[in-house]
Design a binder for this molecule. Sequence first.
Ligand SMILES: *Cc1c(COP(=O)(O)O)cnc(C)c1O
Length: 405
Amino acid sequence: MDAADPLAPLRDHFVRPPGPYSGGLIYLDGNSLGMLPHASAAASADLVTRQWGERLIRSWNEGWIDAPERIGGLIAPLVGAAPDEVIVCDSTSVNLFKAIVAGLREAGRRDPRRRVVLSEAGNFHTDLHIAAGAVGCVPGAELRVVARDELAAALADDVAILLLTHVHYKSGERFAMAEWTARAQAAGALMLWDLSHSAGAVAVDLDGAGADLAVGCGYKYLNGGPGAPAFLFVARRWQAVLANPLSGWMGHAAPFAFTDDYAPAAGMKRWLTGTPPLLAMQALESGLALWRDVDMAAVEAKSAALFDILFAAGERAGLECVTPRDPAARGSHIGFRHPQAYALIQALIARGIVGDFRAPDVARFGLTPLTLSHEELWLAGEALVEVIAAREWDRPAFRERAAVT
Ligand SMILES: *Cc1c(COP(=O)(O)O)cnc(C)c1O
């Protein structure tokens, strides 16, 4: 399978950490923090020593000031958007805040009854926390959180925004984007997608689905580095209508006119708030360069093959898989339930296989087609079977929880 893999050459573009296997460490956590591309290390060094060290403030006019839009343009094809519909800035959390407040205000202006943000119970917690904070900033607004199978019924005529995470961070379940977007809009609501576990994981077609708004993460499948800036998508038809509630100078039509009154920039630039973090933007840009010629159909096909290898091992180990079997109904990770899932992950890490734990009982493994081989999944699966059979996880040291799981 590795010999026939069209994505196999991409592996050589990533730094391989040392580990006990012939290929080094087996890293099944690229869905949480993507691996370091060789090119990013060199490009970051250039940014520090030459662009900052030598060019200093002149660098702003030598590519820095346009970085948010330029890098947004690199993400656009991965999410089915036009290059002028995506901008890179802030964190996913902050972009969620901006999108929710902007959407609530616009929906309420058109129809004062529309004041609810509807989302899923068990959504990634920052989405719910930010939505709770955002509704607090809009008089009369309210957050409604219901179980996944009650979402459709909860789309009442007071809903302003349906906020869904496309691929669930824990189970890996994937919403059908076109169907849910159409359902939300038929109910009169705006559709806001969180693509944190989708961008670079599965084929996404925001414009094909007619989505209104979306946000997503730069440090997971896109390999942008720890704390990489996030992205924001605003459909072209909303760009002149919606207003960024965090109206900072970088989103001003003329930031260097230094006027007292705020006038939003045209296009996506108005979603900027403060000065872009260039060190982090550079790492994201070089990570994205690797995606330029990648065919998302090949990514999905390889993800499915990697899934099958680990799923079969999980079955042999007697583990319950929490991720859907149907590739179209999931993202690009696999989760197994185990009462001591944290200790299980620690035991695998001790063997040079890195996955992660999601409370309360899920052992999660990222299937990143750009960085993994089929052989690595097979080796990880064999190790999983052995660790379960020998109860290798059952040691006090493996139960001591670190701050980041
Ligand atoms: C990882 C993730 C985030 C990250 O938010 P940040 O503010 O960028 O740290 C947000 N939402 C989801 C669904 C995620 O998986």
